[in-house]
Design a protein around this ligand. Structure first.
Ligand SMILES: Nc1nc2c(c(=O)[nH]1)N[C@H]1C(S)=C(S)[C@@H](COP(=O)(O)O)O[C@H]1N2
Ligand SMILES: [Mo]
Length: 373
């Protein structure tokens, strides 16, 4: 696996000769300071693994559909899944803890866990079969309330406690809505790191919902929990004002792409993107003066729910030196990025406006002229 990751990193490089990722142990995040196209290439897509990717023999692999929520137990080979009418869409996948480092950087409260910047998100073109198609084919009972997808990676052990295979209950409504069992990512077979041969894609929801290396779907007529919704991936702890809540939809967020060199008095076009879970983007506002004044940016390209939309905004830096750029997204549900992200013990959902410091150079022409005088 390590060799595979090394190989992947050596295929093409950003301009500075580094690789496409910020490394956090076995997890990697996409670098915002390198050019990130609308569709995140597979070899630049963030990876979050609780343990290690399993080696799956696709010929003997079968997806087991089981539980009292279906009429009988069934298994599906990859070819079986691919024989159904497929669905393809561009959707974001984002880790629940994306931006966790900013709890320390911007709010002075370090939270334990992977210290992601903003790069634990990517957008891919996913192809697969709607989960609803497979559940109905397996004989979904009207009393079914949830689906528990189970990964084939080895059981997750933390501090000597075996929590079992990575799994998290998905309410039946979301399972039957836009969730797919995907086998292709950007028109290529799923890479090993991203769940080969098949994974769930649960658009707009916390990344943990999109279980990789699918082995089983347990469909039940009663609620069954897993540590991934009782112990982790919920909002709780010091400073958390709301009710202890299981996480589902991601909040609106926005980011600024690499700006390139900025020069005082010279028009630049700031670009970036904004996204929100289960919603499209209504508005992106940009501040070039550290949050005192805000202007509405121009949205570019498609604006689909649970995907990102581009924005651009012209800016002529008034003076050389340090400036702080900020962006604030509002989604189609009326949710706006707050000044501070709600505190919670595990550092989930860093949704606040992010400060983006830039250095503006002195006007090149003026310097040469004054030097010549
Ligand atoms: N089986 C399994 N599924 C999993 C995980 C895992 O460790 N094992 N990690 C989850 C988490 S926390 C996230 S954020 C996404 C990451 O998907 P990616 O690595 O393809 O970007 O997968 C989710 N699905
Ligand atoms: Mo995650």
């Amino acid at each position: 696996m390590y060799a595979y990751r090394m190989l992947r990193c050596s295929l093409g490089r950003p301009l500075d000769g580094g690789d496409w990722f910020v490394h956090h142990g076995t997890d990697v995040e996409t670098r915002w300071d390198a050019d990130v196209p609308h569709l995140t290439p597979n070899d630049r897509f963030f990876v979050r693994n609780h343990t290690r990717p399993p080696v799956v023999d696709v010929h003997s692999w079968r997806l087991l559909v089981t539980g009292d929520g279906v009429l009988g137990e069934r298994t599906y080979s990859l070819a079986d899944l691919q024989s159904f009418t497929s669905r393809t869409y561009e959707r974001a996948l984002e880790c629940t803890g994306n931006g966790r480092r900013l709890f320390a950087d911007q709010q002075g409260t370090h939270r334990p866990g992977t210290q992601w910047g903003l790069g634990a998100i990517g957008v891919a073109r996913w192809t697969g079969v709607p989960l609803s198609t497979v559940l109905r084919h397996a004989g979904l009972r009207p009393e079914a309330v949830q689906v528990m997808p189970v990964g084939l990676d080895e059981p997750y052990v933390e501090d000597g406690v075996d929590h079992g295979r990575v799994r998290r209950p998905l309410p039946i409504a979301k399972a039957l809505d836009d969730t797919i069992i995907a086998w292709a990512m950007n028109d290529e077979p799923l890479p090993v790191d991203h769940g080969f041969p098949a994974r769930l894609v649960v658009p707009g929801w916390v990344g943990i919902a999109s279980i990789k290396w699918l082995g089983e779907l347990r469909v039940t007529t009663s609620v069954v929990d897993s540590p991934w919704n009782t112990r982790w991936y919920r909002m709780h702890g010091e400073g958390w004002a709301g009710p202890d809540a299981v996480l589902d939809r991601m909040p609106p967020k926005s980011a600024i792409d690499a700006t390139g060199p900025l020069e005082a008095g010279r028009l630049a076009v700031l670009r970036g993107r904004a996204w929100s879970g289960d919603a499209s983007i209504r508005m992106v506002e940009v501040s070039t003066d550290g949050g005192r004044t805000w202007d509405e940016a121009h949205l570019t390209g498609a604006n689909e729910p649970s995907c990102w939309v581009g924005w651009e905004h012209p800016w002529t830096p008034p003076a050389a030196g340090e400036h702080v750029l900020m962006t604030r997204a509002t989604d189609s549900l009326g949710r706006t990025q707050p000044d501070r992200a709600p505190a919670n013990d595990d550092g989930y959902l860093f949704s606040a406006v992010v400060r983006h410091p830039v250095t503006v150079a002195a006007p090149y022409l003026q310097t040469t002229v004054s030097e010549g005088v």
